[in-house]
Unconditional design. Structure first.
Length: 354
């Protein structure tokens, strides 16, 4: 491998001093170097394929061109891990590397991670969570900070979060447009149930109920049942509204024609319960999930209509906001950016039979 071209090589080729080359290469030649000398230096640099040492440049500018990303446990999830992928792509496109630390939701490990990233002189910090969480306090750091999938009310740190209220509303509106009126939402516990601050359930419920109220639903609150996030929770919830005490399916006029499940995992449990009862999706029961979870939503039978969480976009936009700060653009005061959760229509929803 040929040795790296040095500033001295360029100076020798151009017939100028080393200091003159340094001024031109570092963009500090205005008023100091004659135009023809500058052109001679640049020509020599091109001919010798001179490339600046990015590490040395970073040290001179007191920049490491590294960003830190601290997460609770999304790094181990291929689903929410899209946040990491989005942030990494934006960082790489702008000449930055992303240093990732997964804390497994342990506060002490989180503080150690931030301290270590600070010691390694990262230029800024991203903080991302697995679920949509309202934080009790900001991570303790003096570094420029942007939050992803979490926020803290009235905090100065910018945050990028999903519009869960809009997603819940969109799910209900989709089913209402199809003609459904007996609709049940199987939700998950929120922060008040000790669910680590996860507010997705209550927010999606809020949007769901608002859509039912706008449509004149007589009892929107009664249309929500609290169970949980996983397949077993969806199964139990579905059996509670589709079957009688002996486990037989309720008569068609006594059971919902559509169920909105809080997650795709819960929706898969609903689909299993329907099959157990001999009910066909979507002919006897329309089904909507939430998340558009990879390797699940598309592979259910039938493929699941769902709301997509914008994980990759959250990572991309959080990294973009952080890089803008590092380039000198101040963030908007109390910036809270809501990203839409789009409806993905598949084969699990249709008009009700009755």
């Amino acid at each position: 491998m040929s040795p790296r071209t040095k500033l001295a090589d360029v100076a020798a080729r151009a017939g100028v001093s080393l200091s003159a080359v340094s001024l031109v290469i570092n963009g500090k030649d205005a008023g100091n170097i004659a135009a023809d000398t500058r052109e001679r230096i640049l020509t020599a640099a091109r001919e010798l394929d001179y490339r600046p040492n990015s590490v040395a440049q970073s040290l001179r500018r007191q920049r490491s061109h590294a960003l830190g990303l601290v997460t609770d446990h999304i790094a181990t999830s291929p689903f929410a891990g899209r946040i990491v992928a989005g942030a990494m792509d934006v960082a790489a496109a702008n000449g930055y590397v992303l240093l990732l630390v997964d804390t497994d939701t342990q506060h002490e490990r989180e503080q150690q991670a931030i301290a270590e990233l600070t010691r390694r002189q990262v230029d800024g910090l991203l903080y991302a969570t697995m679920g949509h969480i309202q934080l009790a306090a900001l991570p303790s750091t003096t570094l420029p900070l942007v939050l992803a999938n979490c926020y803290i009310p009235e905090a100065v740190a910018p945050a990028v979060i999903p519009d869960d209220i809009g997603g819940g509303r969109r799910a209900a509106e989709h089913l209402l447009r199809l003609g459904h009126r007996r609709i049940v939402m199987l939700s998950g516990p929120g922060a008040e149930a000790g669910d680590a601050g996860n507010i997705s359930g209550p927010l999606r419920e809020k949007g769901f109920r608002a859509a039912l109220e706008s449509a004149g639903h007589p009892e929107p609150a009664a249309a929500v049942r609290i169970f949980g996030w996983d397949m077993d929770d969806g199964y139990r919830g579905a059996m509670s509204v589709l079957a009688d005490a002996s486990g037989r399916p309720l008569p068609p006029n006594e059971r919902p024609t559509a169920i909105f499940a809080i997650t795709d995992r819960a929706a898969s449990g609903v689909a299993f319960a329907a099959a157990t009862l001999g009910l066909r999706v979507p002919h006897d029961l329309s089904l909507v999930g939430f998340d558009d979870q990879e390797h699940l939503a598309e592979r259910l039978t039938p493929p699941l209509t769902t709301l997509a969480l914008p994980h990759r976009a959250m990572g991309e936009q959080a990294a973009t906001i952080l890089l803008d700060q590092l380039s000198g653009t101040p963030p908007e005061p109390n910036l809270l950016r809501l990203l839409q959760c789009p409806l993905i229509e598949r084969a699990s929803t249709t008009a009700p039979a009755d």
